[in-house]
Design a protein around this ligand. Structure first.
Ligand SMILES: CCCCCCCCCCCCCCCCCCCCCCCCCCCCCC(=O)SCCNC(=O)CCNC(=O)[C@H](O)C(C)(C)COP(=O)(O)OP(=O)(O)OC[C@H]1O[C@@H](n2cnc3c(N)ncnc32)[C@H](O)[C@@H]1OP(=O)(O)O
Ligand code: NDP
Length: 515
């Protein structure tokens, strides 16, 4: 019997960010392993013209939840969606709902955040810092609360090289920042933002660091733990391999590379690609929830959910495997054949951007214009290059994350829990994982059918022929221009032609002799 699963049985669990990538997998695993939990409260806002109910209906009827329905047929009854906007005062939750949450909640998983690297400082602080403080305040008024789990990121201290499982202080107190945002206007905030974030690469990682500090300062006598995942990727095993549902992190770049838009990346091939499957993060999160509630550690423990020091893989290996998978399982209607180049040199990177990215986009847009269609490739390419440049910081460095707490927890689990809530990435086979990942991107993000693979392969062959034809034509044109202008080029040309002629004559003569 799993002790972790038993712990969540009968519990009322509050999840923020349940409609996000991590939140959905967390909700799925909870329902599948503890189908007799009492209720999962999820704080949701209406979005993209959908009501709360429509959003939940769509999530629960997605492929991700198919297995859950076998063990928990009344899954809809287990989820109680509560209208909330985390950027508002009191989360804009109604009085009745708030009362219910305060009196019933046993466990909190705080996953909600803005993960955009380029968000405004005001919005990122509202979501990643103020909302965390507000949730902690709510938690302190919950008499039945046993544990509060805060999801942070392994990159919250990415301005350091070696990162321990401790909360590091930020140069400016979060409270001071929250207070000043109340009276400063947006223009001034954006002006001071670079000075505040100092050596953090973006507002996201900086505000996640502030969020952790808030957790430490406002923890009162709450039973809290922090999880720090690195780059969260598609599912490894559960509920099935390769599930992924947004374009964040590597996903968008995998699409761009598979469709042949992105053919070079400013990356350090030997740097560690610290990817961690989302189901591994969820298993660790649930195990930490159980451990913290049952063992009540004296201080707030931080757990790193990273792969680098258990089972390292570098960007070169990952890139090669991604490309190999594109050969086997190509994406449909690629713009160019997937090809790749990692370079850490600025000049080479500029060269590849011009030759491999911008020039083909401009040529294609000219073709669209000439055929009376609207040009779109340059805009798309700019978007992809902007995204790639935002992620560059993370693919050109390696970090060392200590994992004492994560390893301690692993040793505390029963063999059954180690199996059901496996977060041991030493067992992960990268080649297999990446293949499933790319397949998942094709199936669940691009919604492409496997039956289209032969046609996609044909399309790539056609692209290869066009590529050869284009290169040959380009070579001949350049050469013709050179010959017309330079005596030296003419001499070289006559030398090559006479050499080939002599070689062929010799070959013909020797084959005639043999006969
Ligand atoms: C030595 C030789 C070796 C050879 C080997 C071969 C090498 C191969 C080289 C080339 C090929 C590459 C192959 C790929 C293989 C592996 C991939 C490696 C990449 C790994 C990247 C790792 C990055 C890790 C970062 C981790 C940081 C910390 C993790 C976290 O804690 S949180 C989660 C991270 N958060 C995010 O990822 C959010 C990032 N996104 C943003 O901040 C923003 O979206 C933005 C990028 C700033 C863009 O903002 P905009 O306002 O301009 O646009 P908007 O958001 O409105 O979106 C516009 C449209 O673009 C789409 N889009 C958004 N994000 C992405 C994306 N990441 N990729 C692609 N497309 C994206 C979006 O959907 C919109 O589309 P539309 O709706 O159709 O308009
Ligand atoms: N993905 C990754 O690579 C990593 C993620 N993390 C952390 O994991 C956690 C989850 O990330 P992930 O699932 O990837 O992110 P997503 O962007 O997929 O999900 C974010 C969630 O937060 C919710 N949210 C955002 N703003 C509000 C708001 N104003 N009111 C209510 N809900 C809101 C979103 O709701 P809605 O659907 O309505 O937008 C969504 O459910 C975050 O704390 C993140 O920092 C850490 C390391 C890596």
């Amino acid at each position: 019997m799993s002790m972790i699963a038993a712990f969540y049985s009968g519990k009322s669990i509050l999840i923020t960010g349940a409609t996000g990538f991590l939140g959905k997998v967390l909700m799925e695993k909870l329902l599948r392993t503890s189908p007799d939990l009492k209720v999962i409260y999820i704080l949701v806002r209406p979005k993209a013209g959908q009501t709360l109910q429509q959003r939940i209906f769509q999530i629960l009827n997605s492929k991700l939840f198919e297995k859950v329905k076998e063990v928990c047929p009344n899954v809809h009854e287990k989820i109680r969606a509560i209208y909330a906007d985390l950027s508002q005062n009191d989360f804009a939750i109604s009085k009745e709902d708030m009362q219910e949450l305060l009196s019933c909640t046993n466990v909190i998983f705080h996953c909600a955040a803005t993960v955009r690297f380029d968000d405004t400082l005001r919005h990122a602080v509202q979501l990643n810092v103020t909302a965390t403080r507000q949730l902690l305040l709510m938690a302190s008024q919950m008499p039945k609360l046993e544990v509060f789990i805060h999801i942070s990121t392994a990159y919250s201290n990415c301005n350091l090289k070696h990162i321990d499982e401790v909360i590091y202080p930020c140069p400016v107190e979060p409270k001071k920042i929250i207070d000043s945002l109340e009276w400063l206007d947006d223009a001034i905030i954006e002006e001071i933002a670079p000075k505040l974030i100092r050596d953090w690469p973006n507002i996201y990682t900086y505000t996640k660091a502030l969020g952790e500090m808030v957790v430490q300062q406002e923890s009162r006598n709450l039973n809290i733990a922090i999880i720090r995942p690195s780059i969260v990727g598609a599912t490894w095993q559960e509920p099935f391999p390769g599930w992924v549902d947004n374009v964040n992190g590597p996903n968008g770049l995998i699409i761009a590379a598979g469709k042949g838009f992105l053919r070079a990346l400013k990356a350090t091939p030997k740097a560690v690609a610290d990817l961690i499957p989302v189901d591994t993060v969820v298993n660790l999160t649930l195990a930490v929830g159980w451990y913290t509630a049952v063992h009540r550690p004296k201080s707030t423990l931080v757990y790193h959910s990273t792969s680098g020091n258990f089972n390292p893989c570098n960007w070169h290996k990952m890139g090669v495997q991604v490309l190999a998978t594109f050969e086997k399982i190509p994406f449909e209607r690629a713009f160019r054949r997937p090809y790749a180049n990692f370079t850490s040199n600025n000049f080479t990177s500029l060269y590849w951007n011009a030759v491999s990215h911008r020039a083909p986009a401009i040529i294609y847009d000219c073709y669209l214009r000439l055929t009376g269609r609207k040009p779109r490739m340059t805009k798309l390419m700019n978007q992809i290059l902007r995204t790639a440049s935002m992620l560059e910081y993370f693919i050109n460095r390696s970090w060392e994350w200590s994992t004492y707490n994560t390893e301690m927890l692993m040793s505390e689990l029963s063999p059954e829990d180690q199996r059901v809530f496996n977060f041991d990435v030493r067992q992960l086979n990268w080649l297999e994982y990446i293949e499933n990942y790319v397949l998942g991107v094709k199936k669940y993000l691009l919604k492409e059918d496997m039956a289209g693979i032969p046609e996609a392969k044909q399309h790539l062959k056609r692209l290869r022929n066009i590529h050869y034809l284009f290169n040959t034509a380009l070579f001949l044109i350049v050469w013709r221009l050179l010959i017309a202008r330079s005596q030296m080029a003419r001499n070289v040309w006559f030398f090559i032609v006479s050499f080939c002629y002599k070689f062929l004559s010799y070959f013909r003569a020797s084959s005639t002799l043999k006969v």
